[in-house]
Design a protein around this ligand. Structure first.
Ligand code: NAP
Length: 239
């Protein structure tokens, strides 16, 4: 029985990754920060399917101390999915140092140090890390500089850790295109959504399942490391 930790795994894309790996017999550790309720409901659903197969763990990932506590709480691990992330616009002239730390610490520092802290446990099981990046780590989204920089860092982190942790731990990435419309601070208007959809050769948004399927594929691909797969309906062809 293998074990996977999914950060930000209680809802949206993270929850679908959790369900998909669980359906392939993984035990699931669902990390959450503030969304305890959906994480708890998901864990109960998974435990009803298979007893004692899912648990939840809370942590603010931008705090090193909480990363250490999280990593220490995990006994055995086969797959680490670095999925948690913040996303909101940061136009250059309106951006503060606080925004820089909030986004870089959540999106880049946390996956880096979580990888460090869990690498020995992953190595013991010949495990793997799957980083959820973004196509905007390669081609920037206007007015989202810090987010773009954080995801560009995730792409390089994937490649550099793939070298450093080989041969015992594989490190791969998934770069989603448009999957779910953002909530809260980054909501888009209908014309903005239509403009974005018009640039996708496959003509529609992807689904959470499209991302989860790619995570599962990479988790099972014993001879792939250092690769990042764009799951974007061809969007990068038009950028
Ligand atoms: N949605 C898309 O279309 C899309 C497109 C491209 C890339 N992506 C990438 O795919 C991944 C999942 O996307 P999503 O839209 O499902 O994510 P999301 O809903 O925006 O965020 C997932 C979770 O991350 C957690 N989180 C954020 N900052 C945290 C911190 N400092 N400490 C602990 N947890 C933190 C939050 O947990 P709590 O709610 O518990 O606080 C949140 O629920 C992300 O890496 C995102 O960048 C998504």
């Amino acid at each position: 029985m293998k074990t996977a930790l999914i950060t930000g795994g209680g809802q949206r894309i993270g929850a679908q990754i959790a369900k998909t790996l669980h359906a392939q017999n993984y035990n699931i550790i669902i990390h959450y920060r503030s969304s305890k309720q959906p994480a708890q409901v998901l864990a109960e659903q998974l435990n009803q399917i298979r007893g004692n197969s899912a648990s939840i763990v809370q942590a603010e990932l931008s705090a090193i101390g909480e990363l250490e506590t999280l990593a220490n709480s995990i006994k055995t691990l086969d797959v680490l999915v670095n999925n948690a992330s913040v996303f909101y616009p940061t136009p250059l002239q309106e951006t503060s140092e606080n925004d820089w730390h909030k986004i870089i610490d959540s999106n880049l520092m946390a996956p880096f140090f979580l990888s460090k802290l869990l690498s020995a446990k992953l190595a013991k099981n010949q495990g793997c890390i799957v980083n959820i990046a973004d196509i905007h780590g390669q081609r920037p989204l206007k007015n989202y500089a810090i987010y773009n920089i954080s995801k560009a860092g995730v792409l390089m982190m994937t490649q550099t850790l793939a070298k450093e942790l080989a041969p015992d731990v594989r490190v791969c990435g998934v770069a989603p295109g448009s999957i779910l419309w953002p909530e809260n601070g980054a909501k888009l208007s209908e014309p903005q959504k239509n403009k974005m959809l018009g640039k996708i050769p496959l003509g529609k948004q992807g689904s959470e399942q499209d991302i989860a399927d790619c995570v599962l594929f990479l988790s099972n691909s014993a001879y792939i490391t250092g690769q990042i797969i764009n799951v974007d309906g061809g969007r990068t062809l038009n950028q």
